[in-house]
Design a protein around this ligand. Sequence first.
Ligand SMILES: [Zn+2]
Ligand SMILES: [Zn+2]
Length: 458
Amino acid sequence: MKIYDTPRPLAQYLDRHFQCGCGKEHYAPLKMVRIGKNALEELPEGIRRLGYGNVFLIADRITYEIAGKTCMEILEKSGIQARIQVLGHVAFDEATVGELLIHMPMDCDLLIAVGTGTINDMTRFFSFRTGRPFFTVATAAPMDGFASSIAAIYVNHLKTTFPAQTPEAIFGDTDILKNAPYPMIAAGLGDLLGKFTCLCDWRLSVLVNGEHYCPAIAELVETCARRVLKDAHKAGSRDPGVIGDIMEGLVLSGVAMSLYGNSRSASGCEHHMSHYWEMIFEQRGKRPVPHGTQVSVGTVLALKLAEALREREVDFARARRAAMSYDRKAWEEKMEEVYGPAAQGILDLERKAGKNDTEGRLKRIDAMEEKWGEIRELLEGLPPSGHVAELLTSLEAPSRPEEIGIDEELLRNTLLYCKEVRPRYTILQLLWDLDILEELSEQVIAKYRKKPEPQTTE
Ligand SMILES: [Zn+2]
Ligand SMILES: [Zn+2]
């Protein structure tokens, strides 16, 4: 069928093949999503509708208390055969996979992950390996990766990535979700707020690089992010309506990635910052804050850079001179210094992508000069950084780099060099192309150097 001209409710995008004006065919394999009050009551109907009847639930002690017990009661009442394994220790490693294998009934035809983080990851992997489909019963909504198709498992104490499977159905009972810890709610919201900067990055790349673009998917994600932003201040009082909207937004963001076939609609420079921090923290043996929390801090930074750019005249002749005098060797040495043991991967990536090469950069500068009006307009459409920061503060969530363990030096390296973690074009590369990344980064850093301002003046 033809893709809709205007965004429709999430359910209308599931398990349907779309022909799209962007030239791609879109398909998301997720079959069912139920989010709302008493959504768990619909579990039996969902199981029957998709043709299953003998389920094996996977929970840990905490998620068993939060939702697993209720799931078992509901399934028992409806006459569906169900067994549950409540894991004692929740590391995603060989021992846990073995425990599941021992206890899984041979005749079960469906797995259900009761939980969002490790439990969901583990079930995605286990489901893939045992050839059995699975559902997710969410106990929190901290990020949009529910439907990711890889899972990272500890093998011999080393984190290793394996192919996994996406769920057929996702259930989010808002009475359960609203009781999730505050930092998890704020992290989910943060991952969603990042969609503004990531969509802006995508559109910048369309103007500057002629990158492929799907207006239908971009609009779908943006409409949903705007809806959540409008009421997000109510998340602080655990308003079930807003918590449901955040959960739905995160599922939709995952669906949009499936529809498009990659993460372009979900991940831009705010995610590159998060990837970079994960890498550096791992090198330093420090535990980073949750993904969505990092993304929200990255989003505020990206918005501040966009604001700084809006206020500045751009000198294209200077940009061209910088492109002509690009020193690859100096750049490589800098990568060794900034990325340490991860530098080789970064060098290999750039060798393939060549995104810093002079020829391509000059072409992009030409395109920018020609389309500067449109670029400015795009930047003006972004939400104000102060608004987003206040929102996070009202949820007692971090919005400033130092609140998540990023000192000034790491912040500087982030703004200048995190763009190298992926070849994807973002505002950071655009500023670098224009030879003003350093200058605008210093402006942003200087703002953070001051004492926190009263909320109203941000
Ligand atoms: Zn994310
Ligand atoms: Zn499309």
